[in-house]
Design a protein around this ligand. Structure first.
Ligand SMILES: Cc1cc2nc3c(=O)[nH]c(=O)nc-3n(C[C@H](O)[C@H](O)[C@H](O)COP(=O)(O)OP(=O)(O)OC[C@H]3O[C@@H](n4cnc5c(N)ncnc54)[C@H](O)[C@@H]3O)c2cc1C
Length: 461
């Protein structure tokens, strides 16, 4: 059965208006930059956003026989999930944070605890319509404009904007049973995770470490009902990161909706702050009363960005009671699975970075299919760094970000480019396939309407 939410002619009118808006900006010699209400890109840009495609934020239709949704490019995963769950469907993977959009997750990569089976978001997107630098809309799929279809993942809007796309869905059950399996050494944890990935008998796999002797593997399975006498965990009321740290708890049930958004109310562990703000955000009464309005990753990320701006001016210490200079370490990096334990040991020993989030990711297509996201092995482990690190007086700015970035080169790791990135131009293009990128860029954006990928994602001195 196909449920349609946006009529074809209504969409066509919107598309025609977007093309006109785009071409008017070009005619006025304005460089193009996308307006967004929420961005997950952690870089200050000096360009003023001028292209408004924010109204491309609807689910167009859901085909529950073929398990495919057709969605506009700026639709948030939160809205997409809200439309699919009543039909007992969800996207094959859903990024953890609610305001990530479908187009943004293709252009900037995204995945989740089901990615060990289904890969990253771009692998479940079967076709899209792209607004190119020449102000044309082209259809892209493995059969049509295949070169740009495969180049778009990790291109960060440097090749065009997705106006609509089709994404694969899976059937769901109402509950997820989550097992918390604890390990006191990294080696045991990584072996157990590798075994779970290989067996592939569960629906969701992820892991977290909080300390050198505190590693937790989280295995999730769909369940039709809640066992009698059991209450389900509600992360808005009780933070998910706290629940998994409780050594007395070895399993919990969540509704499928709460499972999908388990990390969202606390933006992983962003609320775990040893200051007044932290004690308010973790207070049970506050969570009950104001939780639905305040405890949302989009709002917490805005608070985090404000803190980073204040840090640059030296004011954060006053407001956030920071006793030392701090650096935001917000990164995702994929390491070939076989090297993950060694990389983790280095992180723990040399940089003492905790907590860390671990998400196993499969590349479902042949290696090399996506030139800008080209891991060397079928399985990688995504390391999620979502913390602030204290800087000693003798440490340069971005000390931790830079150390990790250089170490990734050794391990053939692939970092996401949404955050601070310092590679030299030659290092960058040795990872991200310049010749293929240049071919596609020249073909579809001959006038360089959009910034080149390197210029767009690299931190300027
Ligand atoms: C703190 C943090 C945590 C994260 N955690 C996760 C996680 O847990 N799981 C996960 O999967 N991912 C995670 N990510 C990565 C995230 O999926 C990517 O950053 C993604 O690009 C964000 O999408 P967005 O819609 O917010 O795009 P934006 O942040 O607005 O834009 C990202 C880039 O994509 C471009 N872009 C935006 N929309 C489109 C479009 N329609 N067509 C083409 N290009 C477009 C923009 O120009 C920009 O260059 C995280 C990012 C951050 C900052």
């Amino acid at each position: 059965m196909k449920t349609t939410f946006v009529a074809t002619n209504a969409y066509q009118q919107k598309e025609a208006a977007a093309i006109k808006q785009f071409n008017d900006l070009l005619a006025a010699n304005q460089s193009i930059s996308l307006k967004k209400n929420n961005k997950h890109i952690f870089k200050e840009r000096d360009k003023k956003p001028n292209l408004d495609l924010r109204h491309f934020n609807h689910v167009i239709s859901i085909d529950s026989d073929k398990n495919i949704a057709s969605v506009e490019g700026m639709t948030s995963f939160y809205d997409l999930v809200a439309a699919t769950l009543p039909l007992n469907l969800m996207p094959q993977a859903v990024p953890e944070l609610r305001s990530i959009t479908v187009g943004g997750a293709v252009a900037g990569l995204g995945g989740q605890s089901s990615s060990f089976k289904f890969g990253l978001i771009h692998e479940m997107v079967t076709e899209f319509d792209l607004l190119t630098g020449e102000g044309k809309v082209i259809h892209c799929s493995p059969q049509s404009n295949a070169d740009i279809f495969y180049m778009l993942p990790n291109s960060y809007g440097s090749l065009g904007y997705i106006l609509k796309c089709k994404i694969k869905l899976n059937k769901v059950l109402p509950y997820v049973k989550l097992q918390y399996i604890r390990f006191s050494t990294a080696v045991e944890f990584f072996n157990a995770m590798a075994a779970a990935v290989k067996a592939s008998t569960v629906d969701f796999i992820e892991g977290v470490s909080f300390a050198p002797n505190e590693y937790i593997l989280l295995l999730g399975d769909f369940k039709p009902t809640l066992p009698v006498g059991e209450t389900n965990l509600i992360p808005l009321q009780f933070p998910f990161f706290k629940s998994i740290r409780d050594a007395n708890v070895s399993e919990k049930h969540l509704t499928i909706k709460d499972y999908i958004w388990r990390w969202d109310p606390d933006a992983f562990w962003a609320t775990d702050q040893k200051n007044v703000i932290g004690s308010v955000l973790l207070n049970p009464l506050f969570r009950k009363t104001f939780g639905p309005t305040i405890l949302r990753s989009d709002r917490l990320i805005k608070l985090g960005k404000l803190r980073n701006r204040l840090r640059k001016k030296g004011d954060a210490r006053l407001i956030f009671l920071e006793s030392k200079r701090k650096e935001a370490l917000i990164q995702d990096a994929a390491i070939p699975f076989a090297a993950a334990a060694e990389f983790d040991t280095w992180l723990a020993k040399e940089l003492n970075i905790f907590p860390l989030w671990y998400c196993p990711v499969k590349t479902t297509k042949p290696l090399g299919t996506y030139p800008l996201y080209n891991p060397e092995s079928e399985f990688v482990l995504d390391f999620g760094f979502y913390i602030s690190m204290e800087l000693e007086n003798d440490m340069e700015d971005y000390h931790y970000n830079k150390q990790i970035e250089q170490k990734l080169l050794e391990y053939h790791g692939l970092k996401c480019l949404y955050s601070d990135t310092f590679f030299s131009e030659s290092q960058f293009w040795s990872i991200y396939n310049k010749s293929k990128y240049d071919q596609v860029k020249t073909k579809y954006d001959p006038n360089n309407t959009f910034l080149n990928l390197f210029d767009k994602v690299i931190n300027k001195p």
